[in-house]
Structures are given as structure tokens and as C-alpha cells.
Design a protein around this ligand. Sequence first.
Ligand code: COA
Length: 320
Amino acid sequence: MSRHVIRPFEEADLRAAAGLLAQRHKDHRKRHPLLPAEYEDEQLALVEVTAVWESESASGAVLTKGDEVTGYLLAAPKTSPVWGPNIWVESAGHAVREPEHIRDLYAAAATKWVDDGRIAHYVLVPDDAELIDAWFRLGFGSQHAHAIQPALTTPLPPRDLVVRRAVREDIAVLAELDLVLPQHQGLSPVFSAGGMPTLEEALADWEESIDDQDYATFVAEYNGQVIGSSIGCSLEKSSSHTGLARPDNAGFLGFAAVLPAARGLGAGRALGEAVLQWSADTGYTSVVTDWRVTNLLSSRTWPRLGFRQTFHRLHRLIGY
Ligand SMILES: CC(C)(COP(=O)(O)OP(=O)(O)OC[C@H]1O[C@@H](n2cnc3c(N)ncnc32)[C@H](O)[C@@H]1OP(=O)(O)O)[C@@H](O)C(=O)NCCC(=O)NCCS
């Protein structure tokens, strides 16, 4: 009887890896039919795995039984300093027949990553309970959610709220609202290290971009005062949703914030729904968004609007 063997990932493994990835994606699409259908095709899955393999400093492992590849794990570092000394497993970077085997693959591949000083590990995992459990038992925890729902027609906001498209006169409050998200996410329990623009930078940005037709900016007014904003655009504008995690013809709820004193009045819902309605009117099939799972506000608000989580970004920091 042949036994499982683990060895470093080689170029010759790409085709077998693509077969495993296409199967994983087929299973994933049974739960989320709005995810892109094309990656059920092994040829297109191959394009994605090849892209990971060809990323600078990519490395990983495969699991074989006899002549057959039964699992693989591939990762590469990102250059942005926000991720620390990192290694990233993207959505096309892993697939296994048996969820438990991801632990063997990680054990083999992570030696080099940590030897290279890459101690901040990230992985994008489909919402498969057994697979997530296996990653959790490697010391990973949940950091970020990717979610989707159909683009749809939404009810009008409550009578005391007005939601409308932003105009040039809103620039001052739009800039103020730009700081609200990073301010909130810098606090406990998110503790995000993401950068924060100055008010002057945010103002200059809005001066330049307010008329950009690629972005639909909405504001919510309460008693005649703007208290929140949201932005919708094509999902293609987002670098965080790529490959298997980028549904075809999707809109993107890319930003929303409500001033702290005005939260809980329904403005967040109304602003999110404005983007759902805009997406339906624009002809998008679905709408995608994402949030830090430690952000108690967004992680509670977006599921209430109907967003369902597709991928979990898990994170592990080694050494402490
Ligand atoms: C997220 C945010 C935009 C929501 O705006 P809001 O005006 O407070 O939200 P709403 O009052 O419209 O509530 C929306 C829904 O989420 C629920 N909700 C909101 N906050 C909640 C909380 N803390 N606990 C439980 N449910 C909550 C509401 O009950 C509501 O659901 P319902 O309409 O079915 O009753 C706002 O909290 C915010 O600006 N947070 C900081 C910045 C941020 O996180 N932006 C999102 C980035 S992804």
C-alpha cells in the first residue's frame, strides 16, 4: 500500500494542483453560486495556480500518494509593509483532498518561510468548516471576511434619513468621514496598523476625485446634516478580491462610515442599501464587500444587510 509523501512544490505539479483547485472551487460554488464559474475549468484554475507559482519568492509543498498529487500549498510574500515580514497563501494557493492534510503541507512549507524571517502568515480559505478547523489547529485565527450577495432593489430609507449622491459641496464632510474608518480600526479590538491620511490629504483626494464616474459616492443626511457616506464601484477596482474570489460582473461596497455620534440610527444600512440598489441599476449581478472580523460594527452590520461570507482570511504571527 502506498503512503503519503511530502516534497517541495515543483513546476511539474502545476497541472495536478489545478485539478485539485478546480474541484475545491466546484464544491465552494455549491454554497456560493455567485462565485466565478470559470475556475471550475482546470485550464483556468491552472492560470491561477501558475500565477501564484510565478510570483516572486513563491514556495510550497505537495502531498503525493503513489503517482497522484492529493494536496498542495503555495505561498509568496507581499511587498507592502502593512503585512509585516509576511508570507501569503492566496485563494489559489492551496487545495487538498483531505482537510487534515493541509497541516502536513503547512508543516513542510513553513520551515523555509520562518527560516527566511517571514513570521506573519496569511491565508485565504473558503468557508469550508473542516478546512478552517484544520487551519485553526495550526495556530491561525480569523482576521478578515470576504462576502457576497445578489445586487438587488432595496426599500427606501426611513423618513428621517435622506440618502443621495454626494456633490462637490460635501467634500469637507466626506474628507472627515474618510478618517472615521481608520480611526475606528486603530482602536481595540481591531488594532489595525493600516495607515491614516491627514485631513488635508483626504480633502485634496476628494477635490481630485469627486467627479470620477467610476465611483458612486452616497451621503446620508439626518436633520439636514451629513452623518455618513458610502462608495460603490466595480469589483475590478479592488486588489483584495482577485481570481477565484472575484465574481464576474460584481459591484463592490468599497467604503462606508457613519460619524460616531450618529451610529445606530439606520444610516449604515441605508448607505449599504444605496450601493446594493446602485449595483442593481448598473447591471451588476452581485455585490461584494469585506471587513475586519474584529471590527464589531461592520462585522455586525454587513451580515444584517444579507452579505454571506465566502472566504476567511486567517492570520498567524509566529514567535510569541
Ligand atoms: C459600520 C457602520 C457604517 C454601520 O453604520 P450604523 O449607522 O451604525 O448602522 P445601522 O444603524 O444602519 O445598523 C445596520 C444594521 O446592523 C446592526 N448593527 C449595527 N451595529 C450593531 C452592533 N454594534 N451590534 C449589533 N447589531 C448592530 C443594526 O441592528 C442594523 O440591523 P437592522 O437594520 O437589521 O436592525 C458604522 O458603525 C461605522 O461607521 N463604523 C465605523 C467604520 C466602519 O467600520 N465602516 C465599515 C468598514 S467595512
